[in-house]
Design a protein around this ligand. Structure first.
Ligand SMILES: Cc1cc2nc3c(=O)[nH]c(=O)nc-3n(C[C@H](O)[C@H](O)[C@H](O)COP(=O)(O)OP(=O)(O)OC[C@H]3O[C@@H](n4cnc5c(N)ncnc54)[C@H](O)[C@@H]3O)c2cc1C
Length: 262
């Protein structure tokens, strides 16, 4: 039975409480259903709601987002409009009003669509424990005793995002594609492509990136990248799609994402 809910007023206090055991709570959209059904055995929850992690700053082409910022707030920020399609593809408005950016980092695939986008953006995470702070890449392991405090990334030059799902709301990913590109004189100079729904964690599509760099962003290059996107994936079966189907449609969605097609 749940014994305590702590409401620390700083990240340091949250890290101190975490060191003594318990589970962090962002919006609770993943944690609370499991606690309520008894699937998660936890006697102490540490809510980040009042821990001062709700800052959101965009300046000099870079964004700094507190881990407790809600998806709804992120999706309506004027200078982060490129992320609106990402946020709109996640769950439904009631969930997005509660769910946090920090919590999405821990959503198991085929959830974690924002994390796929953050991987494509090359985002970095500040994490804090009683032992001090460090900065890691999205995808690096966050320790059980660590609180993610801030997420940083540079704004992309050219951005692409696409999520294939069964229905408009509350439908997990079949394939999610996010790409941050630098295109100069019509040629792709840099490409960071991340995929969701096709492995147990978001993956970088490095072979697809290589297939794009140095080429015009046209159909032939997008098709070459789409075929190369299988490398490093390990599609799985679930209630939304079979592994076979995910593998089959992956190149279609990579190509459409890169060409910005509907
Ligand atoms: C009906 C429904 C549909 C959904 N659909 C999607 C979807 O389409 N796409 C998608 O991406 N997700 C989806 N989700 C998953 C989820 O709601 C979101 O990913 C959300 O961002 C999780 O955030 P939260 O703040 O609610 O997490 P919480 O439930 O509060 O926490 C989740 C985990 O993260 C840990 N945690 C939270 N914050 C921190 C922090 N700052 N530092 C360290 N650890 C932390 C918690 O301890 C916990 O282990 C769905 C969820 C539901 C209920």
């Amino acid at each position: 039975m749940l014994a305590k809910v702590h409401l620390p007023s700083s990240a340091a206090e949250a890290a101190g409480l975490l060191g003594g055991g318990g589970r962090l709570l962002g919006g609770g959209t993943l944690v609370m259903p499991r606690v309520n059904t008894g699937a998660m055995d936890v006697d102490t929850l540490i809510s980040l709601r009042g821990a001062g992690l709700d800052g959101l700053r965009v300046s000099g082409g870079a964004a700094e987002i507190g881990a407790a910022v809600t998806l709804a707030r992120l999706g309506t920020h004027d200078e982060l409009r490129f992320l609106s399609p990402v946020v709109r593809s996640i769950a439904s408005p009631p969930v997005r009003n509660l769910a946090t950016v920090g919590g999405n980092l821990f959503a198991a695939q085929p959830h974690g669509d924002l994390t796929v986008a953050l991987l494509a953006l090359g985002a970095r995470l500040d994490v804090l424990s009683t032992g001090g702070s460090r900065t890691i890449d999205v995808g690096d392991t966050v320790g059980d005793n660590e609180v993610v405090t801030t997420i940083h990334f540079g704004l992309p030059h050219t951005w692409r995002y696409r999520k294939a799902m069964r229905r408009r709301h509350n439908s997990a990913s079949i394939v999610t594609v996010a790409a941050a590109l630098v295109v100069g004189d019509g040629v792709v100079e840099q490409a960071t492509i991340a995929l969701g729904g096709v492995a147990r964690a978001p993956v970088r599509a490095r072979a697809a990136e290589r297939a794009l760099i140095g080429r015009p962003l046209d159909r032939a290059a997008a098709e070459a990248a789409a075929e190369a996107a299988h490398e490093g994936t390990a599609p799985f079966d679930d209630a939304y799609a079979s592994a076979w189907y995910r593998a089959r449609v992956l190149p279609v969605h990579v190509r459409r994402a890169l060409l910005g097609e509907d």
